[in-house]
Design a protein around this ligand. Structure first.
Ligand code: SF4
Length: 489
């Protein structure tokens, strides 16, 4: 694992050697797209970009820009043309927006149970079939595996099912990991994803004392949330989640803890008509980060997929309405950020890597993120355990981390995510990636047809929208710059 640690240094040395040699000015591969304003966004291979007029783009295509000082400088600053002077800049941009390439696994998701006291219509984890709990023995082996495989950063995230149904294992992992970290001295973060229904003061006290972040789901307005997320007995859950979020926030406030509750929204067909109400629910709860994620065709969602789903264009229309409302609220001084946009503008405007696994290329699955199942199986992603075939099972916690990470199945997954060749003519390729499990579930193969993949199509439309706003150079761009400068753990 130490070899991986050295990668960044080796990369820097190689680039330093390269820049010591004389490199003749050359044009790197680039891609472009016309924006609504008529300007073109042109993106270079390393992730630099520039906005050009049609005339400027024609000059680039015909390579007659050398006499045009202004255009030449623009192309050089964006690393679309390259020589000795800007090689460091180009490799610096690439390594910054792909920081994940130089890190060992950092996100370790533990599925402590596959059962739940809720029956959400879209449950990706497929809890209707679940009845299993992680044992103490498997939890301890999992922790050993994590600390052996991790680099300097470790985030342990409890997943389910409903994690609080296996509270004794959650407690054990939290206590043991904090104890082990006194020896390993990692930058350790712990987070629990829960529907919060079983959260009481005793559990919250424990989580707060051990610095465990809390994440839950609210799908928007009461109407949408209650239609999607119901208890096993068929009861509404909006009030419970709403009250528990306020309970946690109040508790933090009483203790003067600078913490927030993370909340996610899964967008089903039903939500498409309610963009404003969804944003308003978050604002009312004092939640400042909104993540609008498309529903996935995993687990229990499969049995009612036609009634949950929509086209990429329908999702995009919904998202645009939500974004326009987010801008309006920010103009009124209400600070609220859309997390999906953040993941993109971070790379585009700030050249930083938000470490969002789904936008990594090659995929972050089985590389920066691992999932440990209740039975000790290791999967390359959370979604990997949600499909029936064990295609993304890459080992067990009884093995050595290097053996699991280097397994043929895992390497094949990474390799497949490089095959995003059909989007090489997209200017948005340097900031995106594909998710092999979602590709497999949609297309029946791990070899992606990127342009046909719904989430990639949504990503491309979102990027174009964000660039339209950036090109306007107004309030929205300022807001994106503010978002891009934030650090999200
Ligand atoms: S989505 Fe979460 S809360 Fe809902 S049934 Fe599945 S595991 Fe339970």
């Amino acid at each position: 694992m130490e070899d991986i640690n050295k990668n960044r240094e080796i990369w820097k040395e190689m680039m330093h050697e390269a820049s010591a040699k004389e490199i003749e000015t050359r044009i790197l591969p680039y891609a472009y797209e016309r924006l609504s304003s008529g300007k073109f966004v042109v993106t270079g291979y390393f992730g630099g970009w520039v906005l050009l007029s049609e005339e400027g783009l024609d000059s680039l295509k015909s390579e007659d820009f050398y006499e045009n000082k202004d255009l030449y400088e623009k192309l050089k600053n964006s690393c679309i043309i390259i020589d000795n002077e800007n090689l460091d800049l180009a490799t610096g941009i690439y390594s910054a927006i792909n920081r994940n390439l130089f890190l060992q696994p950092s996100l370790h998701m533990i599925n402590v149970t596959n059962t739940c006291n809720y029956r959400c219509r879209y449950c990706h984890a497929g809890v209707s079939q679940g009845k299993d709990f992680m044992s103490r023995e498997t939890a301890l082996k999992t922790l050993k595996f994590i600390f052996k495989s991790g680099g300097p950063y470790i985030t342990i995230e409890f997943q389910g099912g409903e994690c609080l149904l296996n509270w004794k294992i959650v407690k054990l992992v939290v206590e043991k990991s904090r104890e082990m970290n006194k020896i390993f001295k990692k930058d350790l973060h712990i987070c629990i994803v829960s529907n919060l229904s079983l959260l009481n003061e005793e559990k919250l006290r424990f989580l707060a004392q051990h610095d465990v972040a809390i994440c839950t789901s609210i799908d928007g307005s009461r109407e949408v949330h209650d239609a999607n997320r119901r208890t096993l007995a068929g009861h509404d859950t909006f009030n419970v989640t709403n009250d528990k979020v306020l309970f946690v926030k109040d508790y933090y406030k009483k203790l003067n803890l600078e913490r927030k509750v993370d909340v996610l929204a899964t967008i089903t067909r039903l939500a498409l008509e309610h963009p404003k109400e969804i944003v308003d629910t978050y604002v009312r709860l004092g939640i400042r980060t909104l993540h609008l994620r498309p529903v996935q065709n995993f687990g229990d969602a499969l049995s009612r997929w036609p009634e949950l789903t929509y086209t990429p264009e329908e999702f995009y229309d919904f998202w645009v309405k939500a974004m326009e409302y987010v801008f309006e609220l920010n103009k009124r001084g209400i600070d609220i950020m859309e997390r999906g946009s953040f993941n993109i503008v971070c790379k585009v405007l700030n050249h930083t890597d938000p470490m969002y696994v789904e936008l990594m290329s090659p995929t972050g699955m089985g590389r920066t993120a691992l999932l440990y199942n209740f039975d000790g199986a290791v999967y390359s992603s959370d979604e990997g355990r949600m499909i029936l075939e064990p295609v993304f099972k890459i080992g067990t916690v009884d093995q050595e981390p290097m053996e699991v990470l280097g397994s043929e199945d895992n390497i094949n997954t990474w390799a497949s995510s490089f095959l995003d060749l059909t989007c090489y003519n997209s200017p948005f390729r340097p900031w995106g990636g594909i998710h092999p499990v979602k590709v497999y579930q949609d297309q029946g193969t791990i070899i992606p047809n990127v342009n046909m993949h719904p989430e990639y199509r949504i990503y491309a439309m979102q990027c174009k929208y964000l660039f339209d706003k950036i090109a306007e150079d107004g309030f929205e761009k300022e807001l994106f710059m503010k978002w891009a400068g934030r650090v999200i753990k």
